[in-house]
Design a protein around this ligand. Structure first.
Ligand SMILES: [Ca+2]
Ligand SMILES: [Ca+2]
Ligand SMILES: [Ca+2]
Ligand SMILES: [Ca+2]
Length: 448
């Protein structure tokens, strides 16, 4: 049905354009169909607002530094944008900025001190109906002094306003977060992955079980991921195998003392629920199969999708390293055994930096495609131009490929771009904070 609507929509545009130029009863020479529009763009400026005790210049730096945390979602037919602005290396913390698109234009709605984050590093929507989101905040990376660390934060929509509250109890360097029903009570729980904590809970994975009143309680026993010193950078909760409970995937970051060669220190582990033990236990540890083939790398995010349409969920893992970021695809053999495919997307920093990526089947062919959220590099933008072709990794019948449509947008140089799928259409949001405290938003719909 979705596919039908899209095809019809495109056809309507052609039909309109054509009939405007050539009456239907004109039997003349065949006129070529007008070229399909490469993209549409709408530019906005959100200005004339202020945030208490924050200067325009701080809003500029803060907005431009929030590539990891900015989200866009729709609720009650309005499009919302939340920007957890951050100076990243120094105080003050900046209240989270809430923008809403009403009557076709973006407007400042409010700012929230409770939503001030040092670095909103990762997020997931825990409730799509109410648009409740969970954030992983790792806190400021102060240029001097002790890093304060941050919290797992719950963001709720209440009518037109937002509320923010801490799920976690002790401040930690939360780098990744995911949600799923671990204890099978119908309520989604939260696992935050930390790379250091101020408290005494030294597990990389902090599990918080949702209570019936919507609050969360820490649970240190249902999922213990003591991993012999293996650092971790990303977590995903997803039902990979065919039982009632989701699995928890924890991807390595940093040194793995189990492996002896510098080239094979990285991998991931999968935890599954064991009914007899009534807790999650390590079920798959694919080992050093060579995906993270340099010893300077670590995982920054994981997504699961059936990339080759064989019915078994595969994994896409983003990694970062010294002058490197990329995505690698691990295939599921159908029995939950994962092995790295030869499909890799690799960029040096001067080429393209992104944080992170989305998986979405934009052309509804059943093969999920990958979209990057870029913030630097000449394959993203150069000389006031943005190169849209490099932001999609198209899945053609299970094989990822770049596109060469030549979709280049001139006259813009956003600080970063984030992709979301609004009404089933790819929408890239180019974001740029300005020194007067205004925020420029470009909404781009590429015709990939
Ligand atoms: Ca639960
Ligand atoms: Ca399962
Ligand atoms: Ca598959
Ligand atoms: Ca597709």
């Amino acid at each position: 049905m979705k596919k039908l609507l899209v095809v019809f929509g495109v056809f309507s545009v052609w039909a309109c354009t054509k009939s405007a130029e050539q009456p239907v009863n004109d039997i003349g020479p065949i006129i070529p169909i007008n070229p399909v529009t490469a993209y549409t763009i709408n530019n906005f400026s959100v200005s004339g607002f202020s945030i208490p005790n924050i200067t325009g210049s701080q809003i500029q730096t803060g907005v431009n530094g929030s590539i990891s945390g900015t989200i866009v979602y729709t609720k009650d037919n309005l499009i919302h944008m939340v920007i957890p602005a951050t100076l990243f290396f120094n105080y003050p913390l900046i209240p989270a900025i809430h923008l809403v698109k009403t009557n076709g234009t973006w407007k400042f709605e409010n700012s929230y001190t409770d939503g001030a984050m040092g670095a909103g590093r990762n997020y997931e929507c825990i409730d799509t109906v109410n648009q409740t989101w969970v954030y992983a905040d790792h806190g400021l990376e102060l240029s001097s002094g002790t890093w304060p660390n941050g919290h797992i934060i719950l963001m709720k929509n209440n009518g037109g306003t937002l509320t923010f509250s801490n799920i976690s109890t002790a401040r930690s360097f939360y780098h990744s977060v995911s949600t799923g029903d671990l204890n099978n009570d119908g309520l989604k729980d939260v696992v935050g992955l930390n790379m250091g904590t101020k408290g005494n809970w030294y597990d990389n994975l902090h599990t918080y079980i949702q209570n019936t009143d919507g609050s969360f309680s820490e649970n240190r026993t249902i999922l213990m991921s003591s991993a012999g010193g293996r650092g971790a950078g990303a977590v995903l909760i997803k039902n990979l195998f065919g039982d009632a409970r989701p699995e928890v995937i924890r991807a390595d970051y940093g040194f793995n003392p189990t492996y002896s060669q510098p080239s094979d220190r990285y991998s991931f582990m999968i935890y599954s629920y064991n009914p007899s033990a009534n807790k999650y236990q390590l079920s798959k540890d694919p080992g050093p199969l060579g995906v993270f083939s340099n010893n300077d790398r670590g995982a920054t995010s994981i997504k699961a999708a059936d990339f080759n349409k064989d019915g078994a969920l595969d994994l896409a893992v983003a990694t970062e390293g010294n002058n490197f970021n990329g995505i690698e695809i691990w295939m599921n053999d159908g029995n939950g055994n994962y092995s790295p495919s030869n499909q890799k997307l690799e960029y040096s920093f001067d080429q393209l930096q992104f944080r992170e990526f989305e998986v979405y089947d934009y052309n509804f062919d059943g093969y999920p495609d990958i979209f990057l959220n870029p913030w630097a590099g000449k394959r993203f933008r150069e000389m006031n131009q943005v190169y849209m072709d490099n932001l999609i990794w198209k899945n053609v019948s299970g094989t990822f490929t770049s596109i060469s449509k030549g979709i280049t947008i001139s006259g813009m140089s956003p600080s970063y771009m984030k992709v979301f799928f609004i009404n089933n259409k790819i929408t890239y949001f180019g974001i740029q904070g300005n020194v007067d405290g205004s925020i420029a938003i470009s909404e781009i719909t590429p015709n990939y």
